[in-house]
Design a protein around this ligand. Structure first.
Ligand code: GDP
Ligand code: IMO
Ligand code: MG
Length: 421
């Protein structure tokens, strides 16, 4: 049986998870999202065409793959329908391929309004959220007020729940944030209409997911990254879900003993979008050069991503927290034209007011000044590129099993087949 695999971003998101999931999906049977929502933006490049997926698993472009949105994901019906429509317009069939858990919590227009109002009120201290209502939706889940997809099955129950929840949201919007209320009747009408368009995809997923795991070849696709985890990340500058290993289990109901291999997705340098500490950030022309070559513009919000050298301390933490078996090192080609490349190996405490970091330590390695774009065999990499990869393996005590050498599907080195590892 093929291994079931979970795949998690090791840093602050945007490590290239979508690309790697798309590559692995060629040999997968299913691809499952377990947390987050349409704050994610996973980019796939196939025959020069770019697809950005926010909510639907990145395996959806493959006919052989079942795509499941697990119970841990928060769902905006607007975002879901937009994405389904785009895929269908591109000739991608979803019937008998897409399955969404009935236990997923909804993102309401008031969640979006609350997210944005809160950010405005925080001013300079804002989190820099994607403004998609993610945090407020998870808050309502944890405080047991939230509305799930299954609630939409029964119109009477749904309207009762929506009325009471939106009354509460509108009270806060009006009296605390001094902003406009949202009309409950029109939200109800729109949600019911949208629900009917997508209800055919909704099922009770936990049994289905465990059956898929028993067959093997399942890829659990993380969104965001380890340092955005609400428990283990750079709190409060995090997202509102468990982006780490525990999210795989709680967000799907999968039996962990059936999941054999954990793949960390690590970018060859580090980036962060949104506010919060970023120890290895480069506030100079090297940071700008990395961002420019790497095209580091957010796939969801279009914001410029902050860039820095690879943060190895974070990588080690991520390996530990997620019990990773190996990593996929992505965007190595972005470092092709640097005389010297640094790795941030350690630092002391982080000041969460100023984001200053004590005792930053770097090691320097020589660059390779040669193109790695599109290389598919490890032995074909320049000597210094191999030395960079091997330095990461030695310092973090992990094997780099996959190396991505460009945004396209075929630009990849797979040192081993992780479905057999
Ligand atoms: P995700 O959120 O982790 O899926 O990552 P994003 O899609 O938000 O950001 C990764 C970006 O890097 C996308 O634009 C990808 O097309 C691109 N990308 C992925 N892998 C590589 C690679 O190996 N080299 C280069 N140059 N670009 C890559
Ligand atoms: P993918 O899956 C990078 C960041 C936001 C903000 C913080 C909280 O593409 O890697 P939220 O809207 O979730 O409440 O915002 O988390 N963030 C991401 N950063 N990649 C993502 O997803 C992100 N999703 C959220 O920028 O700092
Ligand atoms: Mg992204």
């Amino acid at each position: 049986m093929k291994n079931n695999i979970f795949l998690i971003g090791t840093h602050w998101g945007d490590e290239g998870k979508g690309k790697v999931v798309d590559v692995l999906s060629e040999n997968a049977n299913a691809c499952i999202r377990f947390q987050g929502g349409h704050n994610a933006g996973h980019t796939l490049v196939i025959n020069d065409k770019k697809f950005i997926l926010h909510l639907i698993p990145s395996g959806i472009l493959r006919d052989n793959v079942k795509s499941v949105v697990g119970n841990g994901v928060v769902v905006s019906l607007d975002a879901l329908i937009t994405e389904i429509t785009e895929l269908e317009e591109n000739g991608i069939s979803l019937s008998n391929k897409l399955f969404i858990s009935e236990n997923c919590h909804l993102i309401l227009p008031t969640h979006i309004a609350l997210d944005q109002a809160r950010e405005r009120k925080l001013g300079k201290k804002s989190i820099g959220t994607t403004g998609r209502g993610i945090g407020p939706s998870y808050e309502d889940k944890i405080s047991r007020k939230g509305i799930r997809l299954l609630d939409l099955k029964n119109e009477t129950i749904f309207l009762k729940k929506l009325d009471s929840l939106m009354e509460y949201h509108n009270f806060i919007l009006e009296n605390y944030f001094k902003t406009k209320c949202i009309d409950t009747n029109s939200v109800a009408r729109e949600l019911l209409e949208k629900y009917h368009k997508i209800s055919k995809y909704i099922i009770d997923t936990d049994e289905y997911i465990n059956d898929l795991c028993k067959q093997g070849g399942v890829v659990f696709e993380g969104a965001q990254g380890t340092m955005l985890d609400v428990d283990h990340g750079t709190f409060p500058y995090v997202t509102s879900s468990n982006t780490t290993l525990s999210g795989v289990v709680s967000g799907t109901g999968a039996n962990m003993s059936l999941i054999k291999y954990g793949l960390g997705i690590t970018k060859a340098y580090s980036t962060r979008v949104g506010h919060g500490p970023f120890p290895s950030e480069l506030h100079n022309d090297i940071g700008q050069k990395i961002g420019k070559i790497g095209g580091e513009i957010g796939a969801t919000t279009g914001r410029t991503r902050r860039c820095g050298w690879l943060d190895l301390k974070v990588l080690k933490k991520s390996i530990r927290l997620n019990n990773l078996s190996g990593i996929a090192l992505t965007k190595i080609d972005v470092l092709d034209n640097f005389d010297e490349i640094s790795i941030c190996v350690d630092y002391g405490s982080i000041n969460y007011e100023t984001f200053e970091v004590e005792n930053l330590k770097f090691i320097k390695l020589p660059g390779w000044n040669e193109s790695t774009v599109g290389i598919t065999k490890y032995d074909d990499l320049p000597k210094n590129a191999k030395a960079y990869i091997e330095a990461i393996e030695n310092l973090a005590d992990i094997s780099v099993d996959i190396i991505s050498t460009g945004p396209a599907r075929n630009e990849i080195i797979q040192k081993i087949n992780i479905f057999d590892a």
